[in-house]
Design a protein around this ligand. Structure first.
Ligand code: BDP
Length: 637
């Protein structure tokens, strides 16, 4: 049988014939009751004293989404703060399997590290002429929107809500940050559509958010300006927010991309991003909402010859000086790296520069730059490495939390590549607890999806897949050697002489971007100590980020002892070979549904083809530029 996602009925079979008491009420508690009964369990009142009970779940023990789990005298207890905690405790019982009902164990405390654990959908309401139904979507159409209309399949939205709630997600934004066409009107006369989605998310403890356009007062309200300090504009937004809350009382808030890649914003009126964010924060504040204001602000019409406009600098230059000026409910949402979701980037210095602002850190679960759900690329290790910086995890935890662009669509396996589900699962779990081991998370996902018999092969295929991807694509943190526009496959110079600000500066002598204070763009100066010096100097800059920070000759010797050019050759041969090994390993797997096996096998064929293409183009390019042959005599054209 096909297991299209985690939590098929078999994953809950240990609940069959269990007798449970649920002491909590409301829609989320009802979800728990329904889960137990549909798994074949019985929800009993527990009051007669005659019936033995296996599971006792209750809320109101403390505050918030935390829960404790204990087994005592043959009864498993979940004692949660609120109803969300009850649901998360229930799913923890599901993850435990039979062990949840085995030997007694003392109370364990579980609480989310991040208060908001959010997925942003870049789903368009209309089909966008270039981006399609889902911008950077690799999983078919949208879960929510179908060629301008709300989907007919709201039950699938409920199933999605169930899947992500089981990982701890508690917020979803339902439309693209690039607001176009009918999406503008979700805020006004299409509000019923948003309410219909919110109705599906609510029973799973998930609040619904909406991406809005800064120009909405002009486009929807007929005003002549969107100036954030204009009284009519302020009134317009306050009224718009009030209407949303009248219809959806638990609405989460707005997400805004402003002054970025063509989106309107406060710069047009000579205002800054604190003025812009505070306008929306003030409109939302009376209702308890938040605005997620993205820090992804840069000039995408740069002159590639002018290195002082370094795109890596842009977010910090715009936002760091505004620290302390944002309202409490204005969250600055920062991409994890200074450029744009590349396979390898340093931590964005903005995250370290705004102690008096509530920040959210943004990741990309949709694999725009990591194989587009054609390549198996498990991103748990990447995120875990990032969040392993205690300061980064701490800043997100003290601020708003963790946000990611979702990778889900109308595809039968939800995520295009069936194994890309592991990324969706891992994001939620790491937002709950950034210290979880990505390999252990993979075990959880495997157990809940296929059963433990697939643990070993999936570790063999996925554990090193992010590093394999890094090996056969752009080297040493230089980024962006992808085909312009769709961003799939290699094109070394595709963006090199464009206005997009994503350059590698390879020439016959060397490669890399000089971002030092001494001779380059000065970007290293945006980091606090010790990082400003660590990245500034060749002897301390980590190899994997060398070309992000430095322009070096091809014979520069890395800490690994290899030259840059030899590293490029070696990693590209090794990465492509690893893709072949992953494919061979999958062919040894016999115990999955044949359709699923064939689907993954076909995708791994494409991964091998693409990795080989990457290897050959990158190696050939650098061989021709540098003229340095491979030390091992391998064939490079
Ligand atoms: C880039 C994507 C683009 C998004 C943008 C964003 O290529 O489609 O609109 O990020 O985050 O990576 O707004």
């Amino acid at each position: 049988m096909v297991n299209p996602a985690w939590l098929p009925p078999e994953a809950l079979r240990h609940l069959a014939s269990r007798r449970a008491v649920v002491r909590s009420s409301g829609p989320v508690a009802q979800t728990v009751v329904d889960e137990i009964t549909s798994a074949g369990g019985r929800v009993v009142s527990g009051e007669t004293g005659t019936d033995p009970i296996d599971l006792h779940l209750g809320s109101g023990y403390g505050v918030g989404e935390q829960f404790s789990l204990q087994r005592r005298d043959g009864v498993t207890y979940v004692r949660a703060g609120d109803a969300n905690g009850l649901l998360y405790g229930f799913f923890e019982v599901v993850r435990r399997g039979e062990a949840a009902f085995g030997a007694d164990f003392p109370p364990e405390e579980h609480r989310p590290v991040m208060r908001r654990r959010m997925l942003d959908h870049w789903d368009n309401v209309d089909v966008h002429p270039v981006m399609g139904q889902v911008e950077r979507g690799y999983s078919g159409g949208s879960l929510f929107w179908d060629a301008g209309r709300l989907t007919d399949d709201l039950d699938r939205v409920s199933t999605y809500a169930r899947l992500i709630a089981s990982t701890g997600i508690n917020a979803v934004s339902v439309n693209n940050v690039n607001v176009s066409g009918a999406a503008f009107r979700l805020l006004t006369d299409r509000l019923d559509d948003v309410a219909a989605l919110a109705d599906r998310f609510r029973p799973y403890g998930i609040r619904t958010h909406l991406s809005v356009s800064f120009a909405a007062p002009i486009v929807l309200g007929g005003l002549s300006t969107a100036d954030p300090l204009d009284p009519d504009v302020r009134t317009w937004w306050a009224d718009a927010a009030a209407r949303v809350y009248a219809r959806i009382p638990d609405f989460g808030g707005f997400v805004v991309k402003a002054d970025s890649e063509g989106q309107p914003g406060p710069f047009r009126y000579g205002r800054d991003h604190a003025d812009g964010a505070n306008l929306l924060a003030d409109a939302l504040a009376p209702h308890g909402g938040v605005v997620h204001w993205r820090a992804f602000v840069y000039n995408h019409r740069q002159d590639w010859r002018d290195r002082s406009t370094d795109r890596a600098r842009a977010a910090y230059d715009h936002f760091a000086p505004l620290d302390g000026r944002f309202r409490d409910n204005a969250v600055v949402q920062v991409k994890y790296g200074p450029i744009d979701f590349q396979t390898r980037e340093p931590v964005s210095p903005v995250i370290l520069a705004m102690p008096d602002t509530a920040l959210a850190v943004e990741l990309q679960v949709t694999q725009e730059y990591t194989g587009q759900q054609k390549h198996a690329c498990y991103l748990g290790p990447q995120w875990s490495e990032l969040l392993g910086w205690d300061r980064v995890a701490g800043i997100a935890a003290d601020g708003d939390g963790l946000v990611a662009v979702s990778n889900v669509g109308a595809d039968g396996y939800w995520t295009g590549h069936p194994l890309a589900q592991a990324n969706l699962y891992a994001f939620g779990r790491l937002a709950w607890n950034p210290r979880l081991d990505p390999a252990a998370i993979l075990d959880e996902w495997t157990d809940l999806t296929f059963g433990p018999h697939l643990r070993e092969p999936l570790h063999d295929i996925l554990d090193h897949s992010w590093r394999a991807y890094e090996s056969y694509t752009a080297p040493l943190g230089v980024g962006f050697m992808v085909r312009p526009g769709h961003h799939y496959g290699p094109d070394v110079d595709g963006y090199e002489y464009t206005p997009w600000g994503t350059y590698h500066f390879a020439d016959r002598d060397g490669v890399g971007v000089d971002r030092t204070r001494a001779t380059g763009t000065g970007f290293t100066g945006q980091y606090p100590e010790p990082w400003r010096d660590v990245y500034e100097h060749l002897d301390t800059c980590p190899d994997e980020l060398l070309l992000f920070f430095h322009h070096v000759p091809y014979d520069h010797v890395l800490h690994s002892g290899r030259t840059v050019i030899q590293h490029i050759y070696d990693t590209h041969f090794a990465g492509a070979a690893e893709a072949e090994r992953m494919r061979a390993r999958w062919h040894e797997v016999r115990t999955v549904d044949p359709d699923l096996h064939a689907k993954v096998a076909a995708l791994l064929d494409e991964q091998v083809r693409s990795a080989t293409e990457w290897r050959d183009q990158i190696n050939t390019y650098f061989f021709r530029k540098s003229g340095v042959p491979d030390a091992h005599g391998r064939r490079i054209h």
